[in-house]
Design a protein around this ligand. Structure first.
Ligand SMILES: N=CN[C@@H](CCC(=O)O)C(=O)O
Ligand SMILES: [Zn+2]
Length: 421
């Protein structure tokens, strides 16, 4: 079989080989490290992964791209499995409020926060949203992200804007090398018009919005912001069970600020992931472990909200919860596309090991999007998504924090990003 691209002499080839499933406990440490590694791709698929030289049945010709991995670390393409990629405007105006100690939920209740991005997203044209999201997607790609999840949720009761966001994501998925997995999140805030009757808005989401989003095939998942002053446990359950009827996978913004029992709900109804979990109860963590719900942790949000509270990542791992890590990129609670910074937070603040971190942003991130058979590890037959880091080892990427260590990104067998020297 002919190789179209090979990378040889790789100092540290991190394959994540193993079962195509979210890894737990000790499995999180088994990253399939190969020293002096070599990898061969045929078009968009991985052909061979091993040590030293290629086997003789893999042939090269003058069109084969040959890269040298000396001094480099190669990993699967990174998966950012929780973002609010498509939105209008920005919210730097909230910085001063935050520094004065005004809580995120108070800004939201006063009509700011998510509501101000709803206004900006409604006022933005399709092209403006497309260009703004494309710029962010380029930044994500430059940091090594090859697959990203993108939520709607800045239209809320303005369904046209919800659809506009999802259509932008759909077009970008077609036009841009990064794969985008869409999530419908109409239940992101209670619209002002339904402040005194949020159940009415829940009914609209269930009866009008979910069926239309499903019919247009615009979202693989449905998500709800289950939080004090936003959607209750009962409302979140109702919305997600309705979404399941329409074939959507379920996600939940759970226990981000107040311990409402979101982790328990995610376990009860079988969400693929519960995200945030800063205030998750010990019982909720146990229930998630029992039911295999992935804890998608977002330390950049804790950092930016400045509450000093972070999800109990170590406890979750000890209890057997599969964990993933994501940016939560959005204009309010976490305005950064830099997944490598989030990985450093995973180490420096959450005390995850380098092995646990790389597993969290590859195979476990893939599993939180239902993509573990296709991406998330470097094994023959899987999609040729990988990152070449200009870094002698994995630890260095986390330790030398806040900067970009990517040298090249390969997506579906093609070099789609090269760092300017
Ligand atoms: N918490 C709810 N949603 C987003 C924030 C959205 C925003 O502030 O615009 C999050 O996951 O952090
Ligand atoms: Zn979010």
């Amino acid at each position: 079989m002919k190789a179209t691209l090979i990378i040889k002499n790789i100092d540290n080839l991190i394959t994540l080989k193993g079962e195509n499933k979210a890894r737990v406990k000790e499995e999180l440490k088994d990253i399939g490290l190969i020293k002096n590694g070599i990898i061969a791709l045929n078009k968009d698929k991985i052909l061979y992964v091993g040590e030293g030289e290629l086997p003789s049945d893999i042939t090269l010709d003058e069109s084969t791209i040959i890269l040298d991995g000396t001094g480099k670390t190669v990993t699967p393409g990174l998966v950012d499995s929780h973002t609010h990629l498509v939105h209008g405007g920005s919210r730097e105006n909230e910085l001063a409020m935050k520094l004065k100690g005004i809580p995120y939920l108070d800004i939201l209740a006063a009509g700011g926060g998510i509501h101000s991005t709803v206004k900006a997203t409604k006022n933005a044209s399709f092209e403006e949203l497309y260009n703004q999201a494309k710029k962010s997607l380029n930044t994500m790609l430059s940091f090594g992200v090859t697959t990203v999840e993108a939520k709607s949720g800045y239209g809320i009761d303005d369904f046209e804007t919800e659809i506009k966001q999802l259509e932008v994501a759909k077009h970008l998925n077609e036009d841009h090398p990064v794969d985008i997995i869409s999530t419908f999140m109409g239940a992101h805030a209670i619209p002002n018009a339904y402040k005194d009757n949020s159940d009415e808005f829940v009914d609209i989401i269930i009866n009008d919005m979910i069926p239309k989003v499903a019919q247009k095939k615009l979202a693989k998942f449905c998500d709800v912001f289950c939080e004090e002053g936003v959607f209750t446990i009962e409302q979140s359950k109702k919305i997600l069970l309705a979404a399941r009827e329409y074939g959507m996978g379920l996600k939940l913004h759970a226990d981000e600020i107040k311990p409402l029992g979101g982790a328990e709900l995610a376990a009860e109804i079988g969400c693929i992931s519960a995200d945030h979990l800063i205030a998750a109860s010990d019982n909720g963590i146990k229930e998630m472990a029992k039911n295999g719900v992935i804890a998608n942790l977002l330390p950049g949000t804790s950092f930016n909200l400045q509450t000093g509270n972070f999800a109990k990542a170590r406890k979750m791992i000890e209890e057997g919860v599969p964990v993933s890590l994501s940016t939560d990129y959005n204009p309010g609670s976490c305005p950064t596309e830099n997944i490598q910074l989030i990985m450093s937070f995973g180490a420096l603040i959450m005390k995850l090991t380098p092995e646990e971190i790389i597993t969290s942003v590859t195979i476990n991130g893939a599993a939180s999007l239902g993509l573990e058979e296709k991406i998330g590890s470097l094994e023959s037959g899987k999609q040729g998504d990988l990152v070449i880091f200009d870094s002698p080892n994995l630890e260095y990427i986390l330790y030398h924090f806040g900067i970009n260590h990517v040298d090249k990104v390969v997506k579906k067998g093609e070099i789609v990003y090269t760092k300017e020297k």
